[in-house]
Structures are given as structure tokens and as C-alpha cells.
Design a protein around this ligand. Structure first.
Ligand SMILES: [Zn+2]
Length: 89
């Protein structure tokens, strides 16, 4: 598998400091969009179904991005995104 996702944009979509749950929407160079779920139990990923999957080309639900969650999350600086957006009161 040679797919190498490249994050071109990321933004904090949901933030809950009390539960330590955060969601970040990332845009990939190939046009795909994913949502990263950060929580105490680790990081999960869902592909947003705005474009077909870059790996399997399906435009409905698939698990392909699960294999790339580390590669994608390593390109996202959650602490920086949190610092850029003040906590909701
Ligand atoms: Zn897929």
C-alpha cells in the first residue's frame, strides 16, 4: 500500500476540555476530508463522505483510513490548534 496522506489543513471542530474529547477536521492533498476524534482512549478517524475514498474509491463508508490514523494524526498539532482557539466558556 503506497498511499501517503498529506494533511494540507486542519481545524478544531469540537472541543471539550472537561472530557478531554476533541475533534479535528483535516483536509488532505488529494481532496479527501477526515475527522479525527481525540480522546483518553486514543485517536480514531472517520472519512467525511464529501469525496470518494482515496484508497478504495468508494463514496460510502469504508475503514481504509483506519490504517492511516497515525500517519494523519502525526501531521496534526492538536496542542497548537487548542492554543489558537480559546476554550469555550
Ligand atoms: Zn476506502
Amino acid at each position: 500500500m503506497s498511499y501517503r496522506p498529506l494533511v494540507t489543513n486542519s481545524r478544531l471542530a469540537e472541543r471539550n476540555d472537561a472530557t478531554q474529547l476533541f475533534q479535528v477536521v483535516v483536509k488532505l492533498k488529494d481532496g479527501g476530508e477526515c475527522r479525527l476524534f481525540y480522546g483518553p482512549e486514543g485517536t480514531k478517524i472517520n472519512r467525511l463522505q464529501t469525496t470518494p475514498c482515496s484508497v478504495c474509491r468508494r463514496d460510502y463508508y469504508c475503514n481504509c483510513m483506519d490504517k492511516f490514523v497515525d500517519m494523519i494524526s502525526s501531521q496534526v498539532d492538536l496542542e497548537e490548534l487548542k492554543a489558537a482557539q480559546p476554550a469555550a466558556k
